[in-house]
Write a protein that binds this ligand. Structure first.
Ligand SMILES: O=C(O)CCC(=O)C(=O)O
Ligand SMILES: [Fe+2]
Length: 249
C-alpha cells in the first residue's frame, strides 16, 4: 500500500520525528509512511507509536467491543482465515497497517507472505488482568503484530537466556508492535496481573517516572499460522498460557 492510500484510510500521518530518542534504530518506512523503529534493546521488536490515529481509534472501538461479551466473562475472541475483522474501512486500514509492519522485517518471505495474517486474537483486559510471561506458540510464523487500544499498559519483556534482563515497553492506545526474530523467540512478553491500580512508566522524553492508572484495555494480535496447523486448533490445544479469568483458553 502506498502512502497516499494509507493516508486515505487513516488521514494525514505525521512525519514528525522530534520526540524520538537517538538510540532507537529508525526506519522511514516509505511504503506506509508509518513511523516505525526497532527497539534499542530488544532486537526484532518493531514499534509504531501512532499506528492508529485517535479519530480512527474512536471509530474502531465499538467494532472491537463486539468481539467480547463482558457480562458473560467472555474476554477473548479468536478468528481464523481471511475474514479476521469486520469489513469496515477502519478494520481494513488496521490490517493494512499490520501488513506494513511486516515490511520492516529482514526476511523477504515474511515481508511478502500472503495472506499476511490468517489468525486474530482479541483480548479484553480489566485493570487487574494481564497475561503471564510466554512466547507465542511455535505453530505461528514469525512476525506477530499487536495493536493496543483504550489505555496504556506496560508489556514486560524478559530475555529467556538471562532472566534478570527485563525491559518494560509502554503500549499506548493506538500503538502497535511487531515481534520478530529475537523478540519473538528469545524473549518472553507479559502484562502484569495485579490488583495495583496504577503502573509506573518511565517517560524517556522527560526522564521522569509517571504513574498511569490501569484501565480497561483491548488488544488485537494478528498472526499467521504455519502450514497444517488449523486442524490442531480444533483439538483445543491452542495455548500454553492463561488469563486471570479461568477457562478462557
Ligand atoms: O494483549 C496483548 O497485548 C498481548 C497478547 C499476547 O501476547 C498473546 O495473545 O499472545
Ligand atoms: Fe503473546
Amino acid at each position: 500500500m502506498c502512502a497516499t492510500q494509507l493516508e486515505d484510510l487513516f488521514g494525514e500521518i505525521s512525519d514528525d520525528e522530534s520526540n524520538v530518542t537517538d538510540n532507537e534504530h529508525h526506519v522511514n518506512n516509505s511504503r506506509s509512511k508509518l513511523e516505525v523503529y526497532e527497539h534499542s534493546q530488544i532486537a526484532g521488536l518493531w514499534c509504531c507509536d501512532i499506528a492508529v490515529p485517535p479519530a480512527q481509534q474512536a471509530l474502531l472501538e465499538p467494532q472491537l467491543r463486539r468481539f467480547f461479551v463482558p457480562n458473560l466473562g467472555q474476554n477473548q475472541a479468536m478468528r481464523f482465515g481471511q475474514e479476521l475483522l469486520p469489513p469496515s474501512h477502519e478494520c481494513r486500514a488496521l490490517l493494512e497497517t499490520a501488513t506494513a509492519m511486516l515490511a520492516n522485517l529482514s526476511s523477504e518471505v515474511l515481508q511478502h507472505r500472503d495472506p499476511a495474517f490468517d489468525q486474530l486474537i482479541a483480548n479484553h483486559y480489566g485493570p487487574s488482568e494481564g497475561i503471564v510471561a510466554h512466547t507465542d506458540l511455535p505453530r505461528f510464523e514469525d512476525g506477530i503484530v499487536i495493536f493496543s487500544f483504550l489505555s496504556t499498559r506496560i508489556m514486560r519483556f524478559v530475555m529467556i537466556s538471562q532472566p534478570h534482563t527485563q525491559i518494560d515497553v509502554v503500549l499506548r492506545p493506538g500503538s502497535c508492535v511487531c515481534l520478530s526474530g529475537d523478540a519473538r523467540y528469545k524473549w518472553t512478553h507479559a502484562l502484569e496481573i495485579s490488583d495495583d491500580l496504577e503502573e509506573l512508566i518511565f517517560d524517556k522524553n522527560t526522564n521522569e517516572w509517571t504513574q498511569f492508572p490501569k484501565e480497561e484495555r483491548i488488544s488485537i494480535t494478528l498472526r499467521k499460522m504455519k502450514p497444517n496447523q488449523i486442524f490442531d486448533m480444533k483439538e483445543n490445544v491452542y495455548c500454553e498460557y492463561r488469563f486471570t479469568i479461568p477457562d478462557t483458553l
